[in-house]
Design a protein around this ligand. Structure first.
Ligand code: NAX
Length: 325
């Protein structure tokens, strides 16, 4: 049997983790012959709930689940981890200003960035899901100076899979026939789900769907999908978010398929004119565990304007947390 691999999950008693943990333990990330240790972080008041989740994990008798560690100390949770899913964050409460939400979450990711810096494996892959995901990742990167910024990414994979699914349904094809989908920018309603490079069975998507559908239906459906799920379910996306987290990390480990790419929010290197360092969703390919932004795509004025709007929103978010940088 292989040596177990340590995986940290924060917000482990929350909704997304209630799906994520069981999929990790079932081998959905690292395969059927890789044992894992789950290191679960929660805030102290959520420990009792977390104990219940751990009982259920044990009750599944997963052959690959070597050990479960629960803690409210980030340094224990991140000790020597290879993979960290930063899911836990404070939800926006009624009457709370967006700037308050940004600041409160920024403090969480500042502390977690520092802890990762101190104790995580130097090649750790850290996926930030907790919102506002891009800016939280930016904060964590800034407080982990001894880790390469490329150890971090924020999650726009759920936006990506939502976009793939909408296009596949519209064209009446299975999702596997959609390639080169891109969601640019911030994981917010400002995001830009872009069909200009998407292919449907090898043909340009924009030859197959009307421009009006792209702008007036596809884009808002993807941008506001999270709100629609809340309206219908009374709770935010959870199983689909967990699936996206696994898909993001799995692609980061195993690579993208030949001729395809995915959307990941990663530190900008200035590509497409986006301010360096901002955590921005780009089309990326992955090989040997390293992501690379897809360069040189032709961008029309419509697309460039949407990229600039996303950059401006992320710079505003950064301004709201600058006292913590
Ligand atoms: P829940 O509120 O169900 O769970 C969050 C958990 O995080 C709670 O159990 C809470 O105690 C814990 N927590 C809070 N502060 C913590 C800290 N400092 N350390 C460790 N744990 C902490 O939310 P859930 O539905 O699971 O969503 C989690 C986060 O994902 C939210 O911020 C949510 O907005 C975000 N999402 C991001 C998505 C994305 O695509 N990037 C999509 C889904 C989701 O909306």
């Amino acid at each position: 049997m292989k040596t177990p691999v340590d995986i940290a999950v924060t917000g482990a008693a929350g909704q997304i983790s209630y799906s994520l943990l069981f999929r990790l333990a079932a081998g959905d990330l690292l395969g059927p012959d890789q044992p894992i240790v789950l290191r679960l972080l929660e805030i102290t008041p959520a420990m009792e709930v977390l104990k219940g989740v751990v009982m259920e994990l044990h009750d599944c008798a997963f052959p690959l689940l070597h050990k479960v560690i629960i803690t409210d100390d980030p340094k224990v949770a991140f000790d020597n981890v290879d993979y960290a899913f930063l899911v836990g964050a404070k939800p926006r409460k009624q009457g709370m200003l967006r700037s308050d939400l940004l600041s409160q979450n920024a403090e969480i990711f500042l502390v977690q960035g520092q802890a990762l810096n101190e104790v995580a494996n130097r090649n750790v892959k850290v996926l930030v899901t907790g919102n506002p995901a891009n800016t939280n990742a930016y904060l964590a990167i800034n407080h982990a100076p001894d880790l390469a910024p490329e150890c971090f990414a924020a999650m726009t994979m759920l936006d990506h899979t939502r976009a793939v699914s909408q296009l596949a349904q519209k064209c009446g094809v299975p999702t596997r026939d959609i390639k080169n989908m891109t969601v640019w920018g911030n994981h917010s309603c400002m995001q830009y789900p872009d069909l200009h490079n998407a292919l449907v069975m090898g043909r340009p998507a924009l030859d197959l769907v009307e421009q009006d559908w792209f702008v007036d239906e596809f884009m808002p459906i993807v941008q506001y999908r999270g709100a629609e799920v809340i309206k219908a379910r009374g709770q935010s996306s959870a199983a689909s978010a967990a699936n996206a987290a696994i898909m993001h990390m799995s692609t980061w480990i195993h690579g993208t398929a030949e001729g395809d790419w995915v959307s990941m929010a990663v530190p900008s290197d200035g590509s497409y004119g986006i301010e360096s360092g901002l955590v921005f969703s780009f089309p990326v390919t992955v090989a040997d565990g390293q992501y690379a932004i897809v360069k040189g795509l032709d961008m029309n004025e419509f697309s460039l304007e949407r990229l600039r709007q996303n950059e401006a929103e992320l710079m505003e978010e950064r301004k709201a947390v600058k006292h913590l940088l």
